[in-house]
Write a protein that binds this ligand. Structure first.
Ligand SMILES: [Zn+2]
Ligand SMILES: [Zn+2]
Length: 391
């Protein structure tokens, strides 16, 4: 079929698109221009396009020349509230907002994969859905509402695939792993109420700062003493706030933290224990503690069969030496919702280049990728689709 716009070869186009998107970053659920850019491109490629799903989400559907299964590919479109420190021609044009995780690359890769697959439409046995989601960086995220709005139905999706560019892995490499690869990421808030007063009269007070300190220490005994050492779990208290002056005993204190787990049962148990330990320790010290638990993304769990499909494609394409088993991470990722609903695989494509100084990690103000990783992403998506639909 003829495309309406004249695009460059996908490997050139992907760099142009990525740079355009990098220069025009938008925060989660505000990806209005990005969404428009994506939708226009997909329409120009002749796909059926649905827009405005969960605010800015877009799905383009490509029906192949022959009947077959339905496969969904996903990219996330959101940037981060970071001020870019790179001095590049495609530097962020919006102060305080930056594509510092590589989602500009994901969006550009998926557009390019759509372009390539449209060219091969007649040979395709099945349907491909190209999904562009808002807000991956901040729970509750864009994946869940998109699924609730039916993106996995009409036509019903059989398998899902997604990728993340990986700055910790050299450019040219691909990695994947079966089973849990990223953690459930929940958050808690502990509001401690003591009794404030004069620093010289502690006996008339209940020192909320001291209670918070004891609670903090007690929380760190949960993973150390109650979780099987071979079972991954993290409790981090990242925020502690109390007091206004050195000679005042604080009336209240606030602790905020995160809990990371792979196992569903452990996830529930730690939520219970954080509350029990915090409220119990506070009570023992004559204070009160109110725990608010915020459930985040569930664990990201790859399907073994789909992971083997990705791994075999990678071994064939980049070669055995450039394919690695992905390391497990306690980070969170809302592709997990797609994997809770359908079998699939979330894999990684390397973008690190030591020689060129492209070594800064995700979410760093100097994060920048080796764009040679972009065509690897395109080729992986295209081959995964062809193999899945062909099998
Ligand atoms: Zn990120
Ligand atoms: Zn990311």
């Amino acid at each position: 079929m003829d495309t309406i716009v004249k695009l460059k070869d996908a490997t050139e186009q992907v760099v142009l698109d990525r740079r355009y998107l990098h220069a025009h970053p938008e925060l989660g659920f505000q990806e209005f221009e990005t969404s428009k850019f994506v939708a226009e491109r997909l329409r120009a490629l002749g796909l059926d396009v649905r827009t405005g799903i969960a605010e800015t989400g877009v799905v383009g559907t490509l029906r192949g020349g022959k009947p077959g299964k339905v496969v969904l590919l996903r990219a996330d479109m959101d940037a981060l509230p970071i001020n870019e420190e790179n001095d590049v021609e495609y530097k962020s044009g919006t102060r305080g907002v930056m594509h510092a995780c590589g989602h500009d690359g994901h969006t550009a890769i998926l557009l390019a994969a759509a372009q390539v697959l449209v060219e091969r439409r007649q040979q395709l046995a099945g349907t491909v859905k190209f999904l562009f989601q808002p807000c991956e960086e901040k729970p509750p995220g864009g994946a869940k509402p998109m699924i609730e709005q039916g993106v996995l139905e009409n036509p019903r999706v059989d398998a899902v695939f997604g990728l993340h560019l990986a700055q910790e892995m050299p450019v040219g490499m691909v990695s994947a792993r079966s089973g849990p690869i990223m953690a459930a990421a929940d958050m808690f808030r502990l509001e401690i109420k003591g009794k404030g007063g004069h620093a010289a009269y502690p006996h008339e007070c209940v020192d909320a700062a001291l209670v918070a300190s004891q609670v903090l220490v007690a929380l760190h005994s949960i993973v150390a003493r109650e979780v099987k050492p071979t079972e991954p779990a993290v409790i981090t208290v990242g925020m502690i706030q109390a007091g206004t002056a050195p000679n005042v005993i604080p009336d209240t204190a606030l602790l905020r933290g995160t809990v990371r787990t792979f196992d569903k049962e452990l996830r529930q148990r730690l939520a219970r224990r954080v509350e029990e330990v915090a409220t119990g320790v506070a009570r023992a010290m004559r204070a009160e503690c109110v725990c608010t638990y915020e459930w985040g993304y569930p664990a990201t769990v790859n399907d073994p069969v789909m992971t083997e499909l990705v791994a075999s494609v990678a071994r064939e394409y980049v070669g055995e030496a450039r394919f690695a088993a992905r390391e497990q991470s306690m980070g969170g990722e809302d592709f997990s919702y797609f994997l809770e609903n359908r079998p699939g695989c979330f894999f990684n494509v390397g973008t690190r280049n030591e020689e060129r100084g492209l070594v800064w990690g995700h979410h760093h103000p100097r994060f920048d990728i080796d764009e040679a990783g972009l065509p690897v992403g395109i080729e992986m998506f295209v081959r995964v689709v062809e193999k899945y639909l062909g099998s």
